[in-house]
Design a protein around this ligand. Structure first.
Ligand code: FES
Ligand code: FES
Length: 154
């Protein structure tokens, strides 16, 4: 066990865990932030996506000892669930079962931070690591355009 001080959603958490504990385990089991989901556990599906200093990372495969910077989870993306992507997700009615969707939104948010007007190709590339078993890809793309351009989807 070792002590770590983590900045998550603009709060400081001091925790005592094994250094190789995946960040996802810390978020869900230690801190109770269960919006971030476990899917494959092997950095293959994107369900566990969070931000580290604005970049999308797979928290299932990111040891807590490697976390140097500010983490944002879906709980910290906006104060009232009103991030433009969250509003667009509702407008477009994106989710089916919902399981993959927090990871999808976090990847999309990282994309829009570095590219506020992505093309379909930009979106497909940025989102290619986020798997949706329900096949909501077209609605995800539409919602990203909606958030980026106020409804100007293609
Ligand atoms: S649970 Fe992390 S990528 Fe699948
Ligand atoms: S909405 Fe069901 S897995 Fe994506």
């Amino acid at each position: 066990m070792a002590q770590f001080s983590l900045n998550i959603n603009a709060q400081t958490y001091n925790i005592d865990v094994s250094p190789d504990t995946p960040l996802l385990w810390v978020l869900r089991d230690t801190l109770g932030l269960k919006g971030t989901k476990f899917g494959c556990g092997k950095a293959l599906c994107g369900a566990c996506t969070v931000h580290l200093d604005g970049n999308a990372i797979r928290s299932c495969s990111f040891p807590v000892s490697a976390v140097k910077g500010k983490v944002v989870t879906i709980e910290g993306l906006s104060e009232k669930g009103d991030h433009p992507l969250q509003l667009a997700w509702q407008e477009v009615d994106v989710p089916q079962c919902g399981y993959c969707q927090t990871g999808q939104i976090m990847s999309a948010a990282a994309l829009l931070q570095r590219n506020p007007s992505p093309t379909d190709k930009d979106i497909d590339m940025a989102m290619s690591g986020n798997i949706c078993r329900c096949g909501t890809y077209l609605r995800i793309r539409k919602a990203i355009h909606t958030a980026a351009k106020g409804g100007a989807d293609e």
